[in-house]
Structures are given as structure tokens and as C-alpha cells.
Design a protein. Structure first.
Length: 386
């Protein structure tokens, strides 16, 4: 039987989506020697020993089965207690354990988006927000945030006068800019959320890595618990990236929808990782503070050093700096490619995070201090030679 020449075998929505700009540069460094990568946002610390030990012991005991779709009850109870430090106490029944925040974000979108719904996304933003929204059939509206990279009431209302947004995606401390928000700033954003009757998907994966002020969950604000889907996990704060364990906190109707998709797509997060996560919340505070202090030291060094040559705002959280390279006259991709080829330093071009990221590069300071010093010297040398 002859195939129709017009038949398209691939989901048409996928044809609209570009491959990840982060992965593109990650692939470029494969096989190259002497490359210092500031590209991938992964802690250089191993998972703390007590967490690994607990997971090893669980395997020795033969605990390798499925868990409840919700996740282990003990872990959900620990998360409920843990979130008190961020301003509210969700009931364990309002928590679902996921295979990382990435799965949680996908579940949250699919739970609330109908084809044609408008989604507001601050730009620049993490690379998966827009593509996954498009795959759900959403109409994505990017809100440019330079030069401060801060979302605020006025910006939301400006775009809401043109469209009727259903969902606002919020990430703080933010990847790639390191921007975070005070309680007052969050309350102003919440006012816009109420006025436009929106649902907020609040990605709080970097909640523990807030330097300027303590993190406050968006769901803790007055009237926001019923409007907010909170995403968080263990990859960044507890150096458990490969364990793939995160969680969704949501009001009951939205959580039921999230759980239904999770049941059919993933079933449950890995049991070994969930056991490690319990240990992380019960006894991981000391290691967490040690890692946070080291990230702060690296941030201060890198921003001070690079800031003498490239305009660089001091990140308020996470472990990314976002220097401007506009004065070089090069595009973000051109700068990143030449820096890699000539100085063996890998960074991510800012336009990988949206149009508003053009003219910037993202540098992850989640590498050892020795490598960070060497990378900074190579970047400075590269800029000085231009």
C-alpha cells in the first residue's frame, strides 16, 4: 500500500519545538579534553553519604517494589512538615511524589491546560516551560523581563488586558537569572493572579538556595493555596539529580487530576530514591548548609571576577550567573561557540532560555572552586582579546 506523500508521522506540535539549547552545547563538549563546563546545572557534590547509605541498605533488604501512586506515606508526611519552613503546611494527602520536578511540571500542565488556553511565562525562563506548554495545546505568551528580570503586577496586567490567561508559570529563585522575590513582591504578583482568576504553577526547586532572603512558597500567601501547584524536589538542594525524585503539592481537585495522569504514565517514583528522600529531609540539613555556603562563596567570587569585564547582576539564589555579552557585539550563540572552541569553556547561550535571553550567557557555578577560577580566567582572557 502506497503511503500518502502528505502524511506526517510525527506529532505536528513537535515540529514547532526546537531541541534544547542546553543539550546542544552539552553535546558539543563530548570528546573534548580540557573543557571546563559551566553549562549543566548539576551540583558537583556527591549525594550525601547518609542518604546513599539508607538507599543501599534498602536494596540490601530487598525493598525494590512499586509504591503507592501517591508515593511513600512517610515521605509525604515529611514533606508536609518540611514545607512549614516555607510558610504553609500542606496535608500529606495533597502531596504526590514524582520522578523529578520535570515529571511534576509535565503533570501539572496536562492537569489544567485545555487546547487554546493561554499560559503566561516570564522570559527568559527554564528551557522546558514553553515546549511542554505547547505540547499540551496551550497558547504561550512570553513576558519579557529585562533588564531587571523580575516579574511584577504591572507586567502581568499589561498582558492580561490583551488575553485571558489561565496559568502563570513562576520559578524562583530562577533558572537562568538567579532572581528571587521578597514576600511583598510575591503579594503583588498574587494580586494580579486573583484579578485574572489564574492558576499558578510555582517551580520552587531552588528554594533552599536562596541567598538574599528566606524562601517563601507562593502557596503560603493569602488566598494562594487554592490557586497554586507547587513543584519541588531533591536534585539541587540535596545533590540527588540522578535519583529522579520530586513532588507536587496542590489543592485536592488539581492533585486528583495530577495523580490520574501519574497513574497512567509513570505509576510511581523509584522506591529507592523515595527512601533516600526521607533520609534527606530527616537528617540532611548539615550537608545542605555546607553546600549552600560553598555556592555562596563561588557566586561572590565569580560575579566579582567576571563583573570587571562583563556586566553581571548578583544572583539572589540558585547557582547561575547570567552575564551580559552585548558589549562584545556578538550574539549569545556566537560568543558561546567561540569561547568553547578557543578557550575550552562551555556556557549556555542566553537565547536557549527565550528571546529575552539574547545578549546573555548562563554560567553555572556548580563546579569546584579551582575549576571556577580557571574558567573565569579563560573567559576574561577571551573577552580581553576581542
Amino acid at each position: 500500500m502506497r503511503e500518502n506523500a502528505d502524511r506526517i508521522r510525527i506529532n505536528r506540535k513537535l515540529l514547532e519545538i526546537k531541541p534544547s539549547g542546553i543539550r546542544k552545547f552539552f553535546d558539543l563538549i563530548l570528546g573534548r579534553e580540557d573543557v571546563i563546563s559551566l553549562g549543566v546545572g548539576e551540583p558537583d557534590f556527591p549525594t550525601p553519604w547518609r542518604i546513599r547509605e539508607e538507599m543501599i541498605y534498602s536494596l540490601e533488604k530487598g525493598i525494590t517494589s512499586y509504591t503507592s501512586n501517591y508515593g511513600i506515606e512517610e515521605l509525604r508526611a515529611e514533606i508536609s512538615r518540611y514545607y512549614e519552613k516555607f510558610g504553609f503546611s500542606p496535608h500529606p494527602d495533597n502531596v504526590v511524589i514524582t520522578a523529578g520536578v520535570s515529571e511534576g511540571f509535565d503533570l501539572a500542565l496536562r492537569a489544567v491546560i485545555n487546547p487554546g488556553d493561554f499560559v503566561l511565562i516570564p522570559d527568559p525562563c527554564y528551557v522546558s516551560y514553553s515546549p511542554l506548554s505547547i505540547l499540551c495545546g496551550a497558547r504561550v505568551v512570553s513576558i519579557p523581563t529585562p533588564p531587571e528580570f523580575r516579574l511584577n503586577y504591572e507586567l502581568i496586567m499589561e498582558y492580561s488586558r490583551i488575553i485571558e490567561p489561565k496559568v502563570l508559570i513562576l520559578n524562583y529563585p530562577a533558572n537562568p537569572t538567579g532572581v528571587s522575590y521578597s514576600k511583598k513582591e510575591l503579594e503583588e504578583i498574587a494580586d494580579a493572579v486573583v484579578e485574572n482568576d489564574m492558576i499558578v504553577i510555582s517551580d520552587e526547586i531552588y528554594s533552599e538556595l536562596s541567598y538574599k532572603f528566606p524562601h517563601r512558597s507562593f502557596a503560603s500567601l493569602e488566598g494562594m493555596e487554592d490557586r497554586t501547584i507547587v513543584l519541588n524536589g531533591f536534585s539541587k538542594s540535596f545533590a540527588m539529580t540522578g535519583m529522579r525524585v520530586g513532588y507536587v503539592i496542590a489543592p485536592q481537585d488539581l492533585l486528583d487530576a495530577v495523580l490520574k495522569i501519574h497513574q497512567y504514565s509513570m505509576l510511581c517514583a523509584p522506591v529507592t530514591s523515595q527512601i533516600g528522600a526521607i533520609e534527606a529531609l530527616r537528617n540532611g540539613e548539615d550537608e545542605l548548609e555546607t553546600m549552600k555556603s560553598e555556592y555562596l562563596r563561588r557566586r561572590n567570587f565569580f560575579v566579582r571576577k567576571i563583573g570587571e569585564y562583563l556586566e553581571t547582576r548578583k544572583p539572589e539564589g540558585a547557582f547561575y550567573a547570567f552575564p551580559s555579552i552585548r558589549e562584545t557585539g556578538m550574539s549569545s550563540e556566537e560568543f558561546a561557540e567561540k569561547l568553547l572552541m578557543e578557550k575550552n569553556v562551555a556556557v549556555v547561550p542566553g537565547n536557549a532560555f527565550g528571546e529575552s535571553g539574547e545578549g546573555f550567557i548562563r554560567c553555572a557555578y556548580a563546579v569546584s572552586m579551582d575549576k571556577l577560577r580557571e574558567a573565569a580566567e579563560r573567559i576574561i582572557e577571551f573577552v580581553s582579546e576581542l
